[in-house]
Design a protein around this ligand. Structure first.
Ligand code: DCP
Length: 222
C-alpha cells in the first residue's frame, strides 16, 4: 500500500521558481522580497563559482564531459541545502530546485552523452534518496515561460563570464526540457501544481504578471 506523506504543520509553503537560463527567476524573487513573511532563497550560483576556490560553472562550460558530473553533484548538494533550509516564514520561495537540476540539466547531459551511465546513476541514487522523504516536498511551481531568443538576448546582455560560450541552440534545447517537464508534462512528474508566468515580458511591465500569481502564493498557505 502506498503510504501518504504527511506535511509537517510547521513546514513553510514551498514555492519553486523555475524557467530557462535568463528567464527572470532572480527578478521574480527580488520582487517578493518586499513581503516579510516570505523567505526568498536565491540560487547558490556564487557557491558554484567558488567551491573550495574552484569555479565549477566555468569548468562546466569549458568541458562538459570532464566536469558535468562534478558540477551537477555540487548543484545537487547545494539544492538539498536550500530545500532543507529552515525558516520561520510562512512561505519559502526557492530559485530552482533539485528537480530542475535532475529533470532538465542532468537529463540533458545524459541525452547528450556528456554524463556516462555510471555517473548518472550515482546522481540518481542521491536524487532518489533525497526526494523519497519529505525534505524536498514542494507546494507550488512558478514556471517563467520565456522564448529562447529572448533569454539569449538577456544572457548576452548580462554578460556572465562563464556563459560566454553558451549558444542559442543550447537555450532552445534547455527550453524544450523545461517545456516538456512543466508545460506539456510529458517528461517526469511535477512535484507540485504549476502556474505559468509570461517570462518574455520586459522588466518594466512584468510586475503586473507577477501580481496575477501573487494570490496563489499567499492564499494556498493561509
Ligand atoms: N546550471 C546548470 N545546471 C543546473 C543549474 C544551472 O548547468 N542544474 C547553469 C545554467 C546557467 C547557470 O547555471 O549557466 C545559472 O542558470 P540558471 O538558469 O539557474 O540561473 P539564471 O541566473 O540564468 O536565472 P535567471 O536569469 O532566470 O534569474
Amino acid at each position: 500500500m502506498e503510504s501518504k506523506r504527511i506535511k509537517l504543520t510547521h513546514s513553510p509553503f514551498t514555492v519553486l521558481v523555475e524557467g530557462n537560463i535568463g528567464s527572470g527567476k532572480t527578478t521574480f524573487l527580488n520582487y517578493f522580497k518586499q513581503y516579510n513573511n516570505i523567505c526568498t532563497l536565491a540560487e547558490p550560483i556564487e557557491l558554484w563559482k567558488n567551491c573550495g576556490g574552484y569555479n565549477l560553472l566555468s569548468h562546466l562550460y569549458e568541458d562538459r564531459e570532464r566536469w558535468g558530473f562534478t558540477f551537477q553533484s555540487y548543484v545537487q548538494l547545494t539544492m538539498l541545502q536550500q530545500h532543507t533550509f529552515k525558516t520561520d516564514c510562512a512561505i519559502k520561495l526557492m530559485e530552482r530546485s533539485i528537480y530542475s537540476a535532475r529533470y532538465c540539466f542532468v537529463e540533458k547531459m545524459i541525452r547528450d552523452s556528456v554524463l556516462p551511465a555510471p555517473s548518472a546513476s550515482v546522481i540518481d541514487e542521491w536524487f532518489k534518496w533525497a526526494t523519497s522523504s519529505a525534505m524536498c516536498d514542494v507546494d507550488l511551481i512558478i514556471y517563467l515561460r520565456a522564448s529562447p531568443e529572448v533569454v539569449y538576448k538577456r544572457m548576452r546582455e548580462r554578460n556572465r563570464q562563464e556563459e560566454k560560450t553558451v549558444q542559442l541552440e543550447y537555450l532552445h534545447e534547455m527550453h524544450e526540457m523545461h517545456e516538456n517537464w512543466l508545460y506539456y508534462k510529458t517528461m517526469f512528474t511535477c512535484p507540485a501544481p504549476v502556474l505559468v508566468v509570461n517570462g518574455d515580458l520586459d522588466k518594466s511591465v512584468i510586475v503586473e504578471e507577477y501580481q496575477k500569481v501573487t494570490p496563489s502564493i499567499f492564499n494556498k498557505c493561509l
